[in-house]
Ligand binder design. Sequence first.
Ligand SMILES: [Zn+2]
Length: 313
Amino acid sequence: MAITDQTDVQEMTFGDVRVSRVIESAGNLYMTPSQFFPNSEPQMWERPGAWNEPEFLIPAGDSVHEHTHRVAMQTWVLRSAGKVILIDTGVGNDKERPYVPLWSHLDGDFLDRLAAAGVKPEDVDVVVNTHIHPDHTGWNTVLRDRVWTSTFPNATYYMTTEDLEFWNPVNGHSTVLGPAAQNMWEDSIAPILASGQVKEWSGTERIDENLVLEAAPGHTPGSSLLRLTSGGQEVLFVGDILHTPLQVGEPAVNSCFCQDPEVAVETRRRVFSEAAAKGILMFPAHFTGRGAFTVRAEGDGFVLAGWAPLVSA
Ligand SMILES: [Zn+2]
């Protein structure tokens, strides 16, 4: 299984909505379990489970505690009600991220991969940033003649009021990302506000007859999920409410990038409970390989019940 070379377009259909996966990159985040998930207990990682598979942890050293997390930066492309919708826009090219070399001055072929999925920038009608973080807003813009310009000239970009307020530098909030988010507002958000393409929303927001955005706060104040309901099927694009399958059984474990840990746990439990009760497939933002999963309730927590068939070649 060549997980590092995930270049193939993968698709699933739910009712009248076609979902395609376009991967910007899939690889090593260079963070160990205790770095990425500071409130996890060491023994949790030693148990057998999907979180230990190479799809999610890259072996390094003799112990699971030395392994480093594998994450995908990817966009879910939805064709719904005659429109093209992108969920999250990855890290982007040419961004200056002085404290995150992994995300700085990239020169990737994301737009070619999007084209391979049949989407040209001018075809995109809607962009959803599930939340405002540098790995979800990167391709909002491209550098053209040294000016940050909207990548998708005809798109409406959905962003929450809460995240717009939180990240606007004039409001002076301190964030758990700290300098890792340096320049993000200026290069990926402000240009979209300036071009008048931002649709600000709060609470819930219907995109079309199949798609609704809903608040899912904690990871950031304005984090959200997208609910797809069509032809009697229902799935959730849950953004960053989890980053590893370990969090299914341990919903109190947060990533170090969760802004409000208590609210993040509350949201995770609420969403998992609903997904377990209804057997809903959940698409997290960063899972590689099989990509999406179902859960069932067990005891005080949840267990993985099944995977989507998104295994890459
Ligand atoms: Zn993320």
